[in-house]
Design a protein around this ligand. Sequence first.
Ligand code: SF4
Length: 421
Amino acid sequence: MDLQSKLAILADAAKYDASCASSGTDKRHSVGGRGIGSTEGMGICHSYAPDGRCISLLKILLTNHCQYDCLYCVNRSSSNVPRARFRTDELVQLTLDFYRRNCIEGLFLSSGIIKSPDFTMEQVVEVARSLREDHDFRGYIHLKTIPDASEELLARAGRYADRLSINIEMPTTEGLKALAPEKDDLAIKRSMARLRLHIDDGKEAAKPVPIRVLPGARPRPAKAPRFAPAGQSTQMIVGADATDDQHILATSAQLYGSYRLRRVYYSAFSPIPDASRGLPLQAPPLMREHRLYQADWLMRFYGFAHDEIVPRGQGLLRLDVDPKLAWALAHREQFPVDLNTAPRELLLRVPGLGVKAIDRLLQSRRVRRLRADDLPRLHVPLKKVLPFVLVDGHRPSGDPVLPTPAAAPPRALPVQASLFA
Ligand code: SF4
């Protein structure tokens, strides 16, 4: 099979994986003529498909042969799809060629499982090793790791990759057992815990060490082996089973807390050809995936607990309003919030107020009391915020009203961008 055909099959097979944003890595570049690639350079941009997925990485599988039979996966052993497999040197060359043509800023590499988890992982690591050591590649590398692979291979993967990820796949252990019976929930979590230890050790070792023997000497950063500087992430499939948003967010909160993940990616289940009868016939609304990302954001940056966002007994996030507005409407007794006296934690709960706007408000009110006409200057979105706040010159009249969503023009369904379009 020629390279072009392999590329067509294996790039297409990789499109179901959502966890590929390249944020959070170290800044590196090849200015000065050493090496190739950059994680920040001019001319290479982050680019996102209409559904929010990053497409500026070469997102590809080493192979779509797989000995596992996860029901939701187009590459499962019982699936009737054309199969292909790259040699490691082919994939290295392909990455370099795409990079030189300015099509990509890095590589997102995953693989079906062939022969054994260790055999597959060795091949995946070899691609990253060759890029870094043989070609001095400085672009971004994200490796999808295989939870059952040996600890030594995971450790090697972290030396070459910016980010590692292990898919948790399903939000619950029962869901995983039902849809991916060969996968082991405990093995996945054990591997996440190992990665966390390696990442924590790497960070600890990289802290600046003061030289105590020389008075007044400046701290010098210790030389530490880099280990996945962009941390680890995971992906969860949404809508392939009946798990509701409350359980999904509870699982995410537990993953963030226990393994210090950088991101949990939510991937709305997409129906696949020749799907099993155990799967729904229709994809969940894409808006559900979007609301989960918003809720996830509230947990990570706005101090919301997962069970506040979806109160017990409710199950699903509202699709018509974002989770922060939904929370505010369900807790009207907390409003209006006084912009001149409220603590930061309370300001974070006001619909429409983002972290940056709150920092600007807090800075300004140290100097003098805020007035309503200061708000546009502080980039506060008045329409969203005014019904929920009190400020000199403004008092909301009555209960906050639900904003009527503007009728959106009909939009074509987003599709994953293709390398061959
Ligand atoms: S192990 Fe990965 S590639 Fe193989 S069937 Fe399961 S999800 Fe698909």
